[in-house]
Design a protein around this ligand. Structure first.
Ligand code: URA
Length: 233
């Protein structure tokens, strides 16, 4: 149950300030389930009560939240649980209607954004945003020049040829790859075409926002500055 004082509920929904919401109630302009209520302290339940102001329906405004999570391996990016499989949303409070911004494969780790703001999520994942995603890829083999050459050519993913923005060898069997697209399994497909077997795949950056030192399974709220960094090249 989400019972709340009527005046508080109107203010939280962005109708007016708490004081001005009380005035609206006193003036008889607020109905709950069709009945005019003149008591600001009247309790409503967003789940079951219909509230109108001047005949216009009022919707509960959910506070928008933005998280950065270090996704551990073995966890699915889905809102619909199948069986006992652990899902990313298990890490977060249950009372928020959250979803992931795009997806990482079950065995991929690293930077994942989680929010309840659909407009923000679409902006991040839409191809027109041109946001770079950076991955660190650990392979079974030593990476040689031929691998790097083939990796940088890219691969066909679904119906599109994906060419990485950059590929760089970091250590013996580890390379860094930056891609603009957000296609399913894209990095795995590109690595496979180069004949490389991936042992670990981790996303470490989206735009200029880096994963930083969050431990696997740990998350924190994004600041306004962090949100800007996502869209900064
Ligand atoms: N590319 C992949 O292949 N897998 C991911 O999880 C993300 C990008």
């Amino acid at each position: 149950m989400e019972r709340k004082r009527l005046s508080k509920a109107l203010a939280a929904a962005g109708i007016a300030s708490r004081r001005a919401s009380e005035e609206l109630i006193f003036e008889g302009r607020v109905q709950v389930n069709g009945e005019t209520i003149r008591l600001p302290q009247y309790h409503i339940d967003w789940k079951s009560d219909q509230i109108t102001v001047d005949g216009q329906a009022v919707k509960k405004e959910e506070k928008k939240v933005y998280y950065i999570l270090n996704k551990p391996a073995g966890v699915l990016c889905t809102s619909a649980r199948i069986g006992k499989q652990s899902i990313v949303l298990d890490f977060f409070p249950e009372d928020q209607r959250l979803f992931t911004v795009g997806r990482l494969d079950r065995e991929t780790t690293g930077l994942l954004l989680v929010t309840n703001d659909g407009i923000f999520a679409n902006k991040v994942i839409h191809p027109s945003s041109n946001i770079l995603k950076e991955y660190i890829v650990k392979c079974r083999q030593e990476i040689v020049a031929e691998h790097l050459e083939t990796l940088s050519q890219g691969a066909r993913v679904d119906d599109k040829w994906i060419r990485p923005v950059s590929v760089q060898k970091l250590r013996k069997g580890t390379f860094k790859i930056r891609v603009k697209e957000g296609k399913k399994h894209e990095v795995r497909i590109i690595a496979e075409r180069a004949g490389l077997k991936i042992v670990e795949l981790s996303r470490v950056r989206i735009g200029s926002l880096a994963l930083g030192d969050l431990a696997p399974g740990e998350f924190r709220l994004l600041s306004e500055k962090d949100k800007e960094l996502l869209f900064t090249k």
